[in-house]
Design a protein around this ligand. Structure first.
Ligand SMILES: NC(=O)c1ccc[n+]([C@@H]2O[C@H](COP(=O)([O-])OP(=O)(O)OC[C@H]3O[C@@H](n4cnc5c(N)ncnc54)[C@H](O)[C@@H]3O)[C@@H](O)[C@H]2O)c1
Length: 372
């Protein structure tokens, strides 16, 4: 008896629970019609004024009502800085104290032993420091540059530096220098042939040849734009396809790292540089596109997008426009410009097996600039 009552109650309860709600006029929730609702208190003139207080900051406000409008997000067309002549850019020195033996445990997969890396634009600045990172990590390196003499000098310095920092080393990495204008297909092909005949193979490519300059878009001389795109975009494309072709012929895996810039993702202020920004956006997406196209061949393609790094070029820009240092650093969450050394780990990681499952990525090394 008790059991059947209990069952009846349970079945009644569950039927109620699953029955869809039926809305009749009487069961409707009392929804308050806002337009007819009595206000809590009458609106006063001061309320109106308070509500309008912020309107001036919106598109209802008069343009130019405040001095600060757009202050931190505008380009200044008076800033003009053509890429300096070669003799105005001093040569770089090898980074000190990074290449000796150490007894700190680290992942073996970061090692580049037995690999050959090519670095375009490796005679100076970021390219040179990244060449050194590859050497320190165990690779042989071919430095490619327009300035062959400087590339040769730096190649010898890197080997000498390695000997000094590794006095017991039985083998010294082979570092060679090669001329190429990366924007010229014939020049690229003959440099690649030269490198392959000297080193036997290529496993890694870092495309650092590139430059920036500042002109406002309306006044930018078209021949300079073509040159800028030629070096930054065509140069990256030509070297990447040349190396990929070689890797595919060898049926060997490889890793290509393209040096883009945070300018490929944001618009720098206050210096105007639209063609450079567009070029670096192209480099970033080229890396993603080629990563997809060549994944089947075991070739990984990634991009490093540096922020403001202190190199000979940026030092010169700051010498000519000292007020820029404060503006640039005010926009960087870490508050400082990067040093070329800050790319050593990033490039080694992306070239090595440690990043085996990373392809098509854009690694920003910018002190947080692009996240704010
Ligand atoms: N310095 C920065 O703050 C910064 C920031 C973001 C991205 N980048 C990018 O990093 C790369 C290196 O910049 P950097 O500051 O070291 O510049 P850099 O001027 O110090 O070095 C560039 C090197 O490329 C070589 N080069 C130029 N045109 C060439 C060509 N047609 N063929 C072959 N070699 C050529 C130069 O001779 C030079 O050795 C560039 O692609 C640049 O856009 C630099």
């Amino acid at each position: 008896m008790m059991r059947s009552t209990l069952l009846r109650q349970v079945s009644r309860a569950s039927a109620t629970a699953i029955r869809p709600p039926t809305f009749t006029a009487a069961s409707r929730l009392p929804i308050r019609n806002f337009s007819n609702a009595t206000p809590l208190r009458e609106k006063s003139a001061s309320d109106d004024a308070a509500e309008g207080r912020h309107d001036e900051f919106s598109t209802t406000g008069k343009p130019g009502a405040f001095e600060h409008e757009g202050q931190f997000s505008r380009t200044d067309n008076t800033i003009r800085m053509p890429y300096p002549e070669e003799e105005d850019l001093p040569s770089s020195k090898p980074v000190q104290g990074r290449g000796g033996f150490h007894f700190k445990r680290t992942l073996a997969s970061f090692s580049l032993e037995g690999r050959v890396g090519v670095v375009t634009g490796g005679a100076r600045g970021l390219g040179l420091v990244m060449s050194q990172a590859l050497v320190v990590s165990g690779a042989d390196v071919a430095i490619v540059d327009l300035n062959k003499d400087e590339a040769q000098k730096q190649a010898e310095l890197l080997m000498e530096h390695f000997r000094e920092e590794n006095p017991g080393a039985t083998e010294v990495p082979k570092v060679t220098a090669h001329y190429a204008d990366v924007s010229n297909p014939d020049s690229v092909n003959s440099a690649l042939e030269e490198i392959i005949s000297s080193h036997g193979q290529i496993d890694n490519l870092v495309t650092s040849a590139g430059f920036t300059e500042n002109f406002d878009a309306i006044e930018y001389p078209y021949d300079r734009i073509k040159k800028l795109w030629g070096v930054n975009v065509d140069g990256t494309y030509l070297f990447a396809t040349g190396v990929a072709k070689h890797l595919m012929a060898r049926k060997a895996p490889g890793s290509i790292v393209m040096i883009g810039s945070m300018s490929g993702a944001i618009v720098n202020v206050p210096q105007p540089q639209a063609p450079y920004n567009a070029a670096k956006a192209a480099v970033r997406h080229l890396a993603s596109s080629l990563a997809v196209e060549w994944a089947h061949a075991g070739i990984r393609v990634n991009c490093i997008s540096p922020g403001y790094m202190l190199t000979a070029l940026t030092k010169k820009i700051l010498d000519d426009n000292p007020e820029l240092a404060a503006k640039w650093t005010s926009l960087i969450p870490q508050g400082k410009m990067g040093r070329p050394e800050d790319l050593m780990g990033a490039v080694t990681f992306l070239c090595s097996d440690a990043s085996g499952y990373v392809t098509g990525a854009d690694l920003r090394v910018d002190g947080g600039y692009t996240v704010t």
